[in-house]
Design a protein around this ligand. Structure first.
Ligand SMILES: Nc1nc2c(ncn2[C@@H]2O[C@H](COP(=O)(O)OP(=O)(O)O)[C@@H](O)[C@H]2O)c(=O)[nH]1
Ligand SMILES: [Mg+2]
Length: 304
């Protein structure tokens, strides 16, 4: 009888500046939406786990907030959280936007990796589907390679899936021996209520203007089976902003924007809960909540 193969498991952190496609890649790897994404920087606010299972191997991917120059307490907390995940992972993946030259935020990430991360580092140049001239790729790879000491570099597209399997196959060879952290079938550590808050926040981001997104937080106030309506989920949620003006923008004329946001969120919430959803959506102003420790804690940012 042959000896059973040893199991391999590990934590792999996705690190990079905002908007390079870390969360899109996490969803592509897990094969399901566990992290919200948008064209807005700083969409991801806290660590999100996505579990990838293959025979004999489990990789727990950790999506992190992007490295940026923090301007609020929330921003500082996000940056710290990314750094903590980066320094605790077995392997760190630096994700960059392959269609753009390195900028200061990329350099800040690379600097951090050099100084504070001993683990194996891999570089991913994402969004190569957008490169009009493929000849531009090699010099681009060169300009990022110089930023750090990467064991390997992969140009990929998180949206098209180009080269993602190749990257994962390589990654599997680096994962240490260990037991699985999560039971098979569990793809994230986020519960449905947390995911629901994120889905609603994503729809606000996708439907509003530049000034609003960073000031938005969403809290589920109630989430239960609807009274007298079996098989319907009742969800009451509040969208928090920092200024009256932001509230006006999200409401829209005659409340129409909020209605659109609610309709878009509801469609996805019905998928999440697997049943009809009645979504009761409110907006409130909490001045400067991003700088107030009590509100940061209330919104689940684990701030101390
Ligand atoms: N064309 C293209 N767009 C991408 C790709 N990956 C991500 N994006 C887009 O880039 C934006 C930021 O993505 P997101 O995953 O939120 O970035 P994050 O801030 O690094 O987590 C979104 O609009 C994505 O749709 C890719 O491989 N190709
Ligand atoms: Mg993200």
């Amino acid at each position: 009888m042959s000896k059973p193969e040893k199991f391999h498991s590990g934590f792999v952190a996705l690190i990079g500046r905002p908007n390079v496609g870390k969360s899109t890649l996490l969803n592509a790897i897990v094969g399901s939406k566990v992290a919200i994404t948008s064209g807005m920087p700083q969409t991801t606010r806290h660590r999100i786990l996505g579990v990838y299972n293959r025979p004999g191997c489990q990789i727990v991917f950790v999506d992190t907030p992007g490295f940026h120059s923090a301007q609020t307490r929330l921003g500082e907390w996000m940056l710290e959280s990314a750094k903590t995940e980066g320094s605790e992972a077995d392997i760190v993946i630096m994700v960059v936007d392959g269609t753009q030259a390195p900028n200061d935020d990329d350099r800040q990430v690379a600097e951090f990796l050099k100084e504070q991360v001993k683990a194996t580092k891999i570089l991913l140049l994402n969004k190569v589907d957008k490169l009009a001239r493929k000849e531009a790729l090699l010099p681009r790879i060169e300009s990022y390679r110089k930023l750090g000491d990467f064991t390997d570099i992969f140009p990929i597209s998180a949206v098209d899936g180009d080269n993602v399997e190749e990257f994962l196959s390589y990654l599997r060879t680096l994962i240490p021996e260990g037991l699985p952290y999560f039971p098979e079938g569990q793809i994230s550590d986020q519960d449905n209520e947390r995911m629901a808050e994120e889905i609603i926040r994503e729809k606000v981001l996708l439907n509003t203007y530049r000034e609003v997104p960073h000031a938005v937080a969403v809290k589920i106030d109630e989430c239960r089976e609807a009274v007298n309506k079996k098989d319907q989920q009742y969800i009451r949620a509040t969208v928090y902003v920092e200024r009256e003006g932001q509230k006006t923008i999200i409401l829209g004329r005659k409340g129409e924007k909020l209605k659109e946001i609610g309709a878009a969120a509801r469609a996805e919430l019905e998928e999440l809960f697997g049943r009809k959803v009645y979504l009761d959506l409110w907006i409130k102003v909490k001045e400067d909540w991003r700088d107030r420790p009590d509100w940061l804690r209330a919104f689940g940012y684990d701030y101390d």
